[in-house]
Ligand binder design. Structure first.
Ligand code: FDA
Ligand code: NAP
Length: 440
């Protein structure tokens, strides 16, 4: 951001993960195509540098989607920000193709995202938390010509304000633990796994537990078993065993743009059917290769007679407390009449995430946002919150739209197309308001 740039922007992006990174690229590529002034934009990211779920960047973890579902390709296959362009720049294109595999590791995809983010560095301010969005003091929505975005600098604690004609909230998923559990030295959430693991005295980790039956749980269970050769590893599964993530071709169609149309314009029974039949493409499920790997360990231990991977099937955690410098989990199994306790040196809750909820950031502005009969935000097809007529600014969401746009809301599959749709919407709405102003 140079001093010559305006302090009121067409777009202020809140969060700079893959979604808003894709948007920043989309806006830049738009500049080449529009005849009026470029759309001005700035993005705020609370992390000190670009990072995509760094706490789960386990060495062997692979992507859950094809490399072609990168930041740009589905919107603009000729973009210079594609994964293929990244591979070419690294001199690895031929080697990647020789693998004959659509799925890079998460570590390589992270390198790709960092490479793209590095090229957009002029539009993003790192170490900057957005703490509030409001109307300028003393002005109503009709009197104001912008929203005020409050930003706190992580290093200096200083607060500054910028103006926004549109905001794009893309603050990501929110880690959740079951009721009765809170984080401490022994109680971790999967989202912070590598940070906690890096801080722990590994000699002290003689017994560990992982809660959940999703992809995070499976990866962490495997990681513990591989990296703590003397530790007992407990896997607490709500199901009887891990269930496979359906990534077969027909099921994969639910991530296509056409499916988003079907979901958005379908009735509630259509939407319910998407979830009933296809939740197992993403939630509480595990990649088949990881399931086979974990089963092989169980079998190898049966052969050797040395068992240190212990499954607790049909079991949920009801609470956890610190006891004698360790974590004590209270477990309830469907197979046992009474709850039982498990003492471990670390317990990792791989219990998933809640969707982005814009209400907290919006504060008082939230009462201008209309809700459906179930109390959920109404969202237009172009990802804008439906607001009362007296609030003419665009409040866009990247995430938090599962109820209106379906399963891709929190995933990468659609970010190239979605960010293009948002950029188009901003451009068209600005052109329309300029025309209206000229018409008087
Ligand atoms: P993301 O959470 O990535 O970014 C949000 C950003 O906003 C963060 O950088 C955060 O710091 C910042 N932020 C939050 N509040 C802020 C504030 N107030 N002010 C400023 N900044 C703020 N999906 C998929 O399709 N394929 C995959 O392979 C995977 N893999 C995967 C692995 C793991 C471990 C998880 C947990 C999730 C996935 N996902 C996934 C799903 C995941 O949601 C998706 O990959 C992206 O992270 C979505 O990108 P976003 O930019 O929307 O959110
Ligand atoms: P998730 O799929 O939501 O799974 C959470 C698991 O925790 C479920 O099995 C859930 O069971 C269980 N659970 C919740 N409360 C529990 C309790 N009290 N006791 C026992 N179990 C409990 O979460 P996730 O595995 O973190 O995956 C989230 C997203 O991240 C997905 O999109 C996934 O694909 C992605 N991800 C990707 C990678 C990768 O790219 N390699 C790695 C990790 C995660 P119930 O459903 O029965 O409550």
């Amino acid at each position: 951001m140079s001093a010559r740039q305006p302090t009121t922007y067409d777009v202020v992006g809140i969060g700079f993960g893959p979604s808003n990174l894709a948007l920043s690229i989309s806006l830049e590529e738009h500049h080449a195509n529009i005849v009026t002034d470029p759309i001005t934009s700035v993005f705020f990211e609370r992390q000190p540098r670009f990072g995509w779920h760094r706490g789960m960047l386990l060495p062997a973890a692979t992507m859950q989607i094809s490399f072609l579902k990168d930041l740009v390709t589905f919107r603009n296959p000729t973009s210079r920000f594609s994964f293929v362009a990244f591979l070419h720049a690294q001199g690895r294109l031929a080697q990647f193709v020789n693998r004959k595999d659509f799925y890079p590791t998460r570590q390589e995809f992270h390198q790709y995202l960092e490479w793209a983010a590095e090229q957009m560095v002029g539009t993003v301010s790192y170490g900057s938390s957005v703490t509030a969005v409001r109307l300028p003091e003393g002005r109503s929505g009709q009197e104001a010509d912008h929203l005020e975005v409050e930003v706190r600098d992580a290093a200096t604690e200083q607060v500054r304000r910028v103006g926004a004609r549109n905001i794009v909230i893309s603050t990501g998923l929110v880690a959740t633990l079951p009721d009765g559990a809170s984080r401490n030295e022994h109680v971790w959430h999967s989202s912070e796994f590598l940070y906690r693991y890096g801080q722990a005295d590994l000699r002290e980790l003689k017994s560990v537990a992982v809660v959940g039956a999703g992809q995070s749980a499976a990866e962490i269970t495997r990681f513990f078993h591989d990296n703590l050769p003397d530790a007992q590893v407990h896997a607490i599964l709500p199901s009887y065993g891990y269930s496979v993530a359906d990534d077969t071709p027909f099921a994969n169609q639910i991530f296509d743009t056409e499916a988003i149309e079907d979901y958005y314009y379908g009735g509630q029974s259509t939407r319910d059917a998407f979830w009933r039949y296809h939740r197992n493409t993403n939630y509480g499920v595990v990649d088949v290769a990881d399931i086979r790997g974990l089963y092989q360990i169980q079998y190898d231990e049966a052969v050797s007679g040395v068992k240190r991977l212990h499954y607790h099937p049909l079991t949920r955690v009801q609470g956890v407390e610190e006891r004698d410098g360790r974590g004590r989990a209270l477990l309830k199994s469907l197979n046992r009449p009474a709850p039982y306790e498990l003492d471990v040196d670390a317990i990792v809750f791989a219990t998933g995430y809640a969707q982005l909820d814009p209400s907290t950031l919006l504060g008082d502005l939230d009462r201008h946002c209309l809700r459906d009969a179930s109390g959920r935000h109404q969202v237009t097809r172009d990802y804008r919150l439906v607001t009362t007529d007296d609030l003419p600014f665009g409040i866009y969401l990247q995430g938090g739209t599962e109820h209106t746009h379906g399963l891709t809301s929190a995933l990468l599959s659609n970010i190239a197309v979605r960010s293009g749709e948002i950029a188009d919407s901003v451009v068209h709405r600005r052109a329309k308001s300029e025309l209206l102003a000229i018409a008087g």
